[in-house]
Design a protein around this ligand. Structure first.
Ligand SMILES: *Cc1c(COP(=O)(O)O)cnc(C)c1O
Length: 494
């Protein structure tokens, strides 16, 4: 299973597909760009015929690993099956042939879909309004923090700090820093949950918000969330909910009821729109009434039986994405919600939690479980028990790839050494979970009996064990102009 680069396969005299003549008048190149900015030579792109290109990409695709082929237990990412019905809905010409500059009267269907999706998401997370614009969870975090910042400023308060637990996803401190806040870390207690004492010691009138995930990234529910909300609100700060773990409790509890003021949702995680190289994401943000005036423009409003886009929102933080967000993803998520219904979503969460606890039980005793169960929709194990054999979480992950499973998330969250974070999702059968547990068992036996073979895994895949240190060094040297192109260099190696 090897495939040359398209550049290596390029043939000087190959012809690509013939394109029809342009049917619009185009100005000559001189009218568009000044002559000194134009290329003297054509770009060095590979030249291949259409069948050659097709085969090249089909062969590369066959080496890939995807949720439509295999189990993908990537913790914190909710890699569930993406229903085909979503794709059929998103491909309807009524959606695909729209132009974002069309008059509102001619796009009532699309606006209605956005309106209904907003209503559904409001109901799931318990907020007053939702913006559909952000393109991902991280983008949603940033959007919400800008709204929270604008809220505090509108009251004449300059709050400069954002509190983030030590188990948080890296995007949380990054979004806070990008919004100009100072990030202050809050420690977890030995039970893996936020330490109330540490939280209290870090609260002050300088704090704008606490960012929290519940269940947290260890898959544990923050049982003291109502107390957390009370002490945070008492200081005038807001509560931000990182909704990446929403798959744990749809229809069972709601961040809005727990006291959160703003929530992002990852449609590409919880609501089955493709991700992980499968397409753009969508990270809608829901807010409570206090933050509604600050929502990005435009919002979809209902006026006299018509749906309208409202651009006149004086306190708005403005647009955060061109046009109206990744609209095709909104169609897919809406299709999934309608197909599932409220009861279906609740059942999905119940099954996700059941699957995670079943797998946790099967793996317990093979890997260390640093925190007491039960867990929610995912669990974090540790490969620390294999350290005496020289085996690390990375080796376990490679051993899983060898056995045709995608590797779980490793080395995250940072509070667990040698972390292996497993999220099976509700779309997997018991047979798949059993096969995964059996693979872990085999790897642990291999670690005992012949650890050196595990160090070399995977053997049977298109790409074997990468030398990550050497790769990073070569790329850095290349970027600093101290070495030739790392791909060419690698290709020349014997
Ligand atoms: C995935 C994830 C994010 C970021 O979401 P993206 O859509 O990848 O930007 C944030 N927090 C947690 C806990 C996550 O799992």
């Amino acid at each position: 299973m090897t495939e040359l680069l398209s550049f290596e396969k390029s043939r000087q005299n190959a012809h690509g597909p013939r394109l029809p003549e342009a049917d619009v008048e185009s100005p000559g190149p001189d009218d568009v760009l000044p002559r000194e900015l134009l290329r003297a030579q054509p770009p060095g792109l590979p030249r291949l015929s259409e069948p050659e290109i097709m085969r090249h990409y089909s062969r590369l695709a066959s080496m890939n690993y995807s949720i439509s082929e295999q189990f993908y237990p990537l913790g914190s990412c909710t890699m569930k099956y993406n229903p085909v019905a979503n794709e059929a809905a998103a491909a309807l010409p009524g959606f695909t042939d729209l132009h974002p500059y069309q008059d509102e009267e001619t796009v009532q269907g699309a606006l209605s879909l956005m309106w209904r999706l907003e209503q559904a998401l409001c109901a799931v997370v318990g907020v007053d309004r939702v913006t559909l614009q952000p393109a991902a969870g991280a983008h949603g975090e940033w959007t919400a923090l800008r709204m929270i910042q604008a809220f505090h400023r509108s009251r004449g308060e300059a709050r400069t700090e954002v509190l983030v637990p030590d188990s948080a996803h890296g995007t949380n401190p990054a979004s806070a820093a990008l919004s100009g806040f100072r990030v202050v870390e809050v420690r977890s207690g030995p039970d893996g949950r936020i330490s109330l004492a540490d939280l209290e010691s870090k609260l002050s009138p300088r704090v704008a918000a606490l960012m929290l995930t519940n269940p947290n990234t260890l898959g544990l529910f923050e049982r003291e969330i109502l107390d957390v909300a009370e002490i945070v609100h008492a200081t005038g700060a807001m509560l931000y909910y990182d909704g990446a773990n929403l798959n744990a409790f749809m229809g069972i509890c709601r961040p809005g009821d727990m006291g959160f003021d703003a929530v992002h949702m990852n449609l590409h995680k919880t609501f089955t729109t493709p991700h992980g190289g499968g397409g753009p994401g969508a990270g809608p943000v829901g807010v409570k009434a206090d933050l509604v005036p600050f929502l990005p423009t435009p919002t979809v409003e209902r006026m006299n039986g018509q749906l309208k886009l409202d651009f006149k929102r004086p306190k708005s933080i403005g647009r955060v994405r061109s046009f109206y967000g990744n609209f095709g993803m909104l169609v897919r998520a809406y299709t999934y919600i309608v197909a599932m219904g409220g009861d279906g979503l609740t059942q999905a969460s119940l099954d996700a939690v059941l699957g995670a606890n079943y797998l946790r039980h099967e793996v317990e005793g093979l890997l260390e479980m640093p925190h007491e169960g039960p867990c929610m929709h995912e669990f974090v194990a540790s490969a620390r028990n294999l350290a005496p054999r020289g085996i690390k979480a990375l080796d376990v992950a490679k051993g899983l790839l060898e056995r045709d499973f995608y590797a779980p998330t490793i080395y995250f969250p940072l509070v667990v050494p040698e972390a292996i974070m497993v999220e099976p999702t509700e779309t997997e059968s018991k047979a798949t979970l059993d096969a995964f547990a059996a693979a872990i068992k085999e790897i642990v036996t291999q670690a005992d009996e012949s650890p050196e073979t595990l160090h070399e895994a995977p053997h049977g895949l298109p790409v074997g064990r990468l030398d990550e240190v050497a790769t990073a060094r070569h790329i850095n040297a290349y970027l600093q102009g101290q070495s030739e192109d790392p791909i060419l260099r690698w290709k020349k190696a014997p």
